[in-house]
Design a protein around this ligand. Structure first.
Ligand code: ADP
Ligand code: ASP
Ligand code: MG
Length: 408
């Protein structure tokens, strides 16, 4: 049995018309001889009645004291509703289909409500339905603990559902249907001339999503990379083929090896909602250990860390900035905070050992009148912290500077 997992994001199942299009994609896969397994997200975005954001807003407005277990139970309903509705759409195009919750689909997680990790998949129930000729429609973004509690997998987690099912079922492909044509040189909502990256290796795609491109959930990408399961990122309206993420040999065979090491950068990603802290040690360099210990003791995750003998700078998620301010004040540190900030990252394996990339970054942002607050780099990334208000302009300036609109 050749299996394909087809995941439809919230905007791809928002209206009846879109669900009909999605059903036709499933039918096409069925006609090509695949046994399709469908994964759905909650329908629509904020404001739509059963969207995840709407359910979160309901909880925040009506009962902010809700505990994590019950919040997950509430949020899981969005995807369950979607799965039942999708089954009806599939029946209308003549397919036999059955809706399953994440737990019924055999997705077993740990107990980290709100951001649970899949520890095991028991795919037997789905396999049985497939053998009986049914399309299994699985509610994304959720699983169940060993003792039967419903959990959710973190925002964007339906991608993870799709990939872990793809691995467990040894699917040929995991198709991620979303509201853009594929993985692109930048978010096309910010850079309208962004180009589709037609073929990416697992490592290249993982680098882009790790830097914040939410087109695929980073946990899903990590699993896909580890188990080497090919992903196709596509849109419902796709005339082209979207992005194929797989190993380099397949990309070469398919003629999709478009990235070249001639080119230092192939994508620009971003992460907004950050706060930067600059902390001085006041002539007591031994305090640096105390600083990082205090943050660790309070479970604060830090990023973009620059450490100097007399000072340090780092960023945190803006949602914990008050907590960090309190910790630093209590410990007696002198600090300055800048917020909101955003991290704009250039990604490209061709930048390693190549002089001049940073000078182009600095020139592009200087010409755009944007101040760089901090930087960090690895052999395949250069990240610049900028004020959040400058983020979109910075992305566009860098996209132009590295001529990413001419990539394909
Ligand atoms: P879904 O609801 O289908 O899971 P998401 O909103 O999670 O969709 O992800 C798709 C969005 O990712 C796009 O609408 C786009 O704004 C954003 N995005 C960010 N970076 C990129 C990129 N490099 N390529 C394509 N899309 C991107
Ligand atoms: N509905 C969930 C969210 O909005 C999961 C997903 O869409 O992947 O985060
Ligand atoms: Mg998503």
């Amino acid at each position: 049995m050749r299996i394909v997992v087809q995941k439809f994001g919230g905007t791809s199942v928002h209206t009846r018309e879109l669900r009909e299009k999605a059903a036709m994609k499933v039918k096409e896969a069925h006609e090509e001889g695949f046994a399709p397994v469908v994964v759905v997200s909650a329908m629509g975005r904020k404001g739509a009645p059963y969207a995840t954001d709407t359910l979160i807003a309901l909880a925040q407005e009506e009962f902010p004291e809700i505990d994590a277990r019950n919040l997950d139970l509430l949020l899981s309903c969005g995807e369950i509703i979607s799965s039942v509705i999708m089954v009806q759409a599939l029946r209308r195009v003549g397919l036999r289909a059955v809706a399953l919750t994440g737990g019924q689909a055999g997705i077993i997680t740990n107990r980290s409500f709100g951001d649970a990790t899949v520890i095991r998949v028991e795919p037997e129930r789905i396999t049985k339905y497939l053998k009986d000729g049914y399309v299994a429609v699985v509610a994304g973004f959720q699983g169940v603990t060993e003792d039967g509690e419903i959990t959710t997998l973190g925002r964007g987690g339906s991608d993870t559902t799709a990939v872990v099912l793809g691995v467990a079922l040894q699917a040929d492909y995991v198709d991620i249907f979303t509201d853009v044509e594929g993985v692109m040189t930048a978010d096309p909502r910010i850079v309208p001339e962004a180009q589709i990256l037609k073929g990416l290796t697992y490592t290249e795609a993982a680098e882009i999503v790790q830097q914040g491109a939410k087109v695929i959930h980073h946990k899903a990408m990590d699993v896909a990379r580890e188990y080497r399961i090919p992903i196709r990122v596509r849109s419902l309206s796709d005339e082209g083929k979207g992005t194929l993420i797989c190993d380099i040999q397949t990309l070469v065979r398919e003629g999709l090896r478009v990235l070249s090491h001639e080119r230092p950068v192939y994508s620009i990603a971003y992460r907004r909602g950050l706060a930067q802290f600059r902390v001085g040690f006041g002539g007591h360099p031994e305090l640096k250990l105390r600083l990082f210990q205090a943050l660790a003791e309070h479970g604060v995750s830090i990023d973009l860390i620059n450490l100097f003998p007399e000072s340090t700078a780092f960023v945190v998620d803006e949602r914990v900035k008050e907590k960090v301010q309190t910790i630093l004040s209590r410990e007696g540190f002198l600090f300055e905070m800048t917020s909101p900030c955003a991290k704009v990252s250039l990604v490209g394996s061709g930048m390693a050992d190549r002089p001049g990339v940073m000078s182009q970054v600095v020139e592009a942002l200087r010409d755009a009148g944007i101040e760089i607050l901090q930087t960090s780099d690895s052999h395949v990334t250069i990240s610049c912290l900028v004020a959040e208000k400058d983020m979109e302009q910075a992305i566009r300036a860098l996209h132009r500077k590295f001529q990413l609109d001419e990539l394909c």
